[in-house]
Write a protein that binds this ligand. Structure first.
Ligand code: FAD
Length: 287
C-alpha cells in the first residue's frame, strides 16, 4: 500500500521541533529512521498529516562518554552502536546485541531511541538497558525530565513518554570493569520470542548475578528470584542451582499464546535462555 500524503518538517533545533508538535498536535509525529513509523503509515495503522523529522537537529547524533555514562543521542542507529569503537570496547555485550537487531537495513536506519519509543514488546534493547540501570532524558514543552529505563515501558506500544515529548538521550552507566555481561535471544520471526540479559560479578568475595527477561510479558521483567537463588554461588557450582531457579522463574512468566509460539513454548525458551545467559556471563560457557 502507498503512503498517504503528509507534510515533512525538518527543524534544526530541539525547540523548533517542540513548537511544531505544539502547532500540529495529534496530527503530527516525530520521525527518526522511519523503520517502524513508515511501515505503520503504509499499513494505515497510523495516520499523521505532519511528520517532524529529527534528523537535522544539531547534536542529536551524539555518542559519547560523560563521566561514567555512555550518552546515546536520538539519531544513533543500531549499526553505529554495533560498530563504534567506544561501545565495542566499553560495552561489548551491548554492541553485540545491536549487531543482531533485525537486518542490515533496519540497523543502518533504525535508531535505539525509535526502538524504545515505539515499544514493540519483542524488542531486544530494553532487557539489557534495564540491567545496566539506563535512564532516558525526555524534553517536552515544560522542560526536561529523566525516567529510569525500568519505568519507561508501560506495555505493548505504550511508554511513559508523553506524545509531545522527544527522547533526547539514553544514558547508560558503564558496568564495573569486572562485571561480565551477556545477552541471549531466540526467535523464528524477525523479532525475538525471548531475550535474556545477565551479568556476573564478584562482590566482597561473593558471586553476584543480575538477570532481566525481555520479550515475554508487557515489559522487561527483573528475575529477582533467580538472582536470590544464585547469590553467592560460585560459577563452578551453578549447575547445582541454576536449572531449578531458571525453570521456577520461567514457569511464572506471564507468557501468552501468539505468533511467536505457545505460552508453554515461550516459558521453555525463557528457562533455556536464562541458563545460557547466566552461564555465559559467568564465563562457564553456555550449554
Ligand atoms: C524488519 C524489521 C526487523 C526488526 N527486528 C528487530 C529485532 O530483531 N530486534 C529489535 O529490537 N528491533 C527490531 N526491529 C525494530 C527496530 O529496532 C526499530 O524499527 C527501529 O529501531 C526504530 O527506530 P527508527 O529510528 O526507525 O524509529 P521511527 O520509525 O522513526 O519511529 C518509531 C516511533 O518512535 C517515535 N520516535 C522516534 N524517535 C523519537 C524520539 N527521539 N523521541 C520521541 N519519539 C520518537 C516515532 O514518532 C514513532 O512513533 C525491527 C524492525 C523491522 C522493520
Amino acid at each position: 500500500m502507498r503512503l498517504a500524503p503528509f507534510q515533512l518538517h525538518r527543524p534544526t533545533e530541539l525547540q523548533a521541533a517542540l513548537t511544531l508538535r505544539a502547532q500540529f498536535g495529534d496530527d503530527s509525529a516525530y520521525y527518526a529512521g522511519g523503520t517502524e513509523l513508515l511501515l505503520a503509515l503504509k499499513a494505515r495503522v497510523l495516520r499523521y498529516e505532519h511528520l517532524i523529522d529529527l534528523k537535522r537537529i544539531a547534536g542529536f547524533d551524539r555518542l559519547a562518554l560523560e563521566g561514567n555514562e555512555l550518552v546515546i543521542g536520538p539519531l544513533v542507529t543500531h549499526l553505529r552502536l554495533a560498530t563504534d569503537p567506544l561501545v565495542r570496547e566499553r560495552l561489548p555485550a551491548y554492541a553485540a546485541l545491536s549487531n543482531n537487531v533485525g537486518n542490515i537495513r533496519v540497523r543502518a536506519s533504525g535508531t535505539l531511541a525509535g526502538n524504545l519509543c515505539f515499544s514493540e514488546p519483542h524488542a531486544d534493547p530494553p532487557a539489557l538497558l534495564c540491567l545496566l540501570g539506563a535512564s532516558l532524558t525526555l524534553h517536552g514543552p515544560d522542560g526536561e525530565r529523566r525516567v529510569p529505563m525500568a519505568e519507561f515501558i508501560l506495555g505493548p506500544f505504550t511508554t511513559a513518554r508523553a506524545d509531545d515529548e522527544i527522547l533526547t538521550a539514553i544514558r547508560v552507566p558503564l558496568p564495573a570493569a569486572d562485571e561480565q555481561l551477556s545477552y541471549r535471544s531466540f526467535g523464528h520471526l524477525e523479532y525475538p520470542a525471548v531475550g535474556v540479559a545477565a551479568s556476573y560479578q564478584m562482590q566482597a568475595g561473593a558471586s553476584r548475578y543480575r538477570v532481566w527477561i525481555g520479550c515475554i510479558g508487557d515489559h522487561p521483567i527483573h528475575a529477582e528470584s533467580v538472582e536470590a537463588a544464585l547469590a553467592g554461588v560460585p560459577p563452578g557450582a551453578l549447575a547445582d542451582v541454576l536449572p531449578q531457579a531458571a525453570e521456577a522463574m520461567a514457569s511464572e512468566l506471564p507468557a501468552t499464546d501468539d505468533i511467536y509460539g505457545s505460552a508453554d513454548y515461550k516459558q521453555h525458551l525463557a528457562a533455556v535462555f536464562i541458563k545460557r545467559a547466566v552461564l555465559d556471563s559467568a564465563g562457564v560457557g553456555a550449554r
